[in-house]
Design a protein around this ligand. Sequence first.
Ligand SMILES: NC(=O)C1=CN([C@@H]2O[C@H](COP(=O)(O)OP(=O)(O)OC[C@H]3O[C@@H](n4cnc5c(N)ncnc54)[C@H](O)[C@@H]3O)[C@@H](O)[C@H]2O)C=CC1
Ligand SMILES: O=C(O)C(=O)[C@H](O)COP(=O)(O)O
Length: 376
Amino acid sequence: MKLVVDENMPYVQQLFAPMGDIVAVNGRKLDAATVADADVLLVRSVTRVNEALLRDNHQLQFVGSATIGTDHIDMAYLASRNIPFTNAPGCNATSVGEYVFIALLELAAKFGTSLKQRKVGIVGAGNTGSAVAKCLKAYGVSTVLCDPPKARNGDSREFASLETLLADCDVITLHVPLTVDGQDATFHLLDETRLRSLRPDTWLINACRGEVIDNHALISVKSERSDLALVMDVWEGEPNPIKALVDMADIATPHIAGYSLEGRARGTLMLYQQLQQMMGMPASKSLDDLLPKRWNPRLLMNAAPTEKELLSLCRFIYDLRDDDRQFRKIHQIPGEFDNMRKNHRHRREFSALALENLSGYGVDWLSELGFSGVHR
Ligand SMILES: NC(=O)C1=CN([C@@H]2O[C@H](COP(=O)(O)OP(=O)(O)OC[C@H]3O[C@@H](n4cnc5c(N)ncnc54)[C@H](O)[C@@H]3O)[C@@H](O)[C@H]2O)C=CC1
Ligand SMILES: O=C(O)C(=O)[C@H](O)COP(=O)(O)O
């Protein structure tokens, strides 16, 4: 069996080598000729899987994308050819939740305020939006959710309309799929009119897909509104973000909000599990077989951390400022957006750090935030 696999997918050898010959490729440059004799195709978000890519392949048995988003996949075409497809729902949701939480702590420190004084509007209350909500709830920050499809489908949580959320919240964080059709289409969901309606001093975060915000409109609004703060992980026109927008952003990164080691490992593992199941084989490998052990530096928590101390703890796990600094140096150099992603030094999730004394001393909320606990 021949498996054509994006070279930017960790743990492929450990999981898929027993199944056949692995050919690792640059996912952005993948073409029909390279895929022509593949039996299995494993991609990431940078590969458009459609008729143009698969027209010369008449033996493909499985397509997997180690991502949450599926906007790069022509599902109708795969269905028309009866090619089974799976993505990896939720694989990196914790990573996105923690990225947003850390970014908000960074902004609060930068502007000399407390995150607890802000009301956070979460647009899209699926896996990633809920992961953000979980972190904020653990820390005691109030949130408002907007998710019309979930509201219509009877989700028991309380939802606001987008207009109410924009009017009520001083942080807006976006967690919707990119869709262009239907009543919930998200392409340019934040258009110029909505961007102009943002409350004074709003912090706006995009960690879903660049096209959910009209980037040109954002540049125009932000150039008149220095009160707005921006955290941008995703961009229209990736891998070529607009320079003016990178320069305006308070935090700018190259689509790596989901790039925790755990998130990326889960993505590959979920594809392995699906393929094994499809072939009627047991999935013998688990996440523990892939990940390095948790850190246990014996950090003793015997008092609730201040917000500044919490930020230091978070930076110990993932210092977002490093990615921001590096991205600002490279984002206009051809190829470097993808290189920075490919060579991203793997960041861990909060759960990789075991803190002592999480039970008691008023620090239980740190385990709700995601840290592991070691009780004495
Ligand atoms: N920056 C990054 O590294 C990552 C980005 N993503 C992006 O984030 C997106 C969301 O991921 P998940 O939360 O896991 O997906 P999900 O499918 O679990 O949740 C998305 C939610 O958005 C809601 N929704 C759809 N249209 C909406 C609208 N017009 N207004 C409000 N809500 C709407 C849906 O009902 C759903 O509950 C993915 O599709 C992907 O594009 C995902 C992971 C990592
Ligand atoms: O899961 C998603 O959806 C994402 O946006 C991924 O984090 C993107 O990562 P790549 O697939 O582009 O490596």
